[in-house]
Design a protein around this ligand. Structure first.
Ligand SMILES: Cc1cc2nc3c(=O)[nH]c(=O)nc-3n(C[C@H](O)[C@H](O)[C@H](O)COP(=O)(O)O)c2cc1C
Length: 180
């Protein structure tokens, strides 16, 4: 059983989860930008930062996968992943990024990352400023979990990375590696 961890991370929180997952499972991990061919792998675990709903690097990983390969997607975002409305939105967005048959057999996990406005690129600072001005006066009932997380953390530095949240994902990898 050949398994690989791939990650797409702009500012490092997703990479930290991928690295921790690699330590917990003894599996290798690699930046998606270094991936060319994944056809040797039975299972790929893709960790991706969420950027405007997109999972960083996921399209690249999917293109390199073997047709029959298993896929686990772990998203890392700012919004509260204990909010089912938020995780449903993330899953809808993953569905748009995967072919239907692959989506049906993909296991998904959702983790919380962080943000440090001082480190954001100009493009990302501008995107967040536009979003902030668009949503700050919305009635509470119209704000999504993403809107709320952004408003609560705007211009600050927060780190919600919690290694313990990896446990269900690690269990899933072990199940795949050691089928009963
Ligand atoms: C431009 C931009 C867009 C983002 N979009 C989302 C989003 O749609 N949903 C979400 O939960 N978090 C969103 N975030 C927060 C990131 O997902 C969060 O900072 C994550 O930890 C980044 O991962 P990284 O440090 O590995 O790059 C966004 C952040 C930026 C800067």
């Amino acid at each position: 059983m050949r398994i690989l961890i791939v990650y797409g991370s702009q500012y490092g929180t997703t990479k930290r989860y991928a690295q921790k997952c690699s330590e917990l499972t003894d599996l290798p991990f690699i930046n998606y930008e270094e991936v060319t061919d994944l056809t040797d792998y039975d299972l790929v675990v893709h960790f991706g930062g969420l950027y405007a709903g997109g999972v960083m690097g996921l399209k690249h990983t999917v293109k390199a996968l073997r047709d029959s390969a298993g896929l686990i997607v772990a998203t890392v975002g700012l919004a509260d992943v204990s909010d089912p409305e938020n995780t449903a939105r993330i899953r809808q967005s993953i569905q748009k990024q995967l072919p239907e048959a692959l989506f049906r057999r993909t296991k998904m996990f959702h983790l919380r990352g962080g943000i440090d406005y001082q480190r954001l690129s100009l493009k990302h600072k501008t995107m967040m400023a536009l979003l902030y001005h668009r949503v700050r006066h919305l009635p509470e009932s119209q704000k999504t979990a993403e809107d709320r997380a952004m408003l609560e953390t705007y211009q600050s530095r927060v780190d919600f990375v919690d290694d313990r949240s990896l446990q269900p994902l690690v269990e899933e990898i072990r199940k795949f590696a050691l089928p009963e």
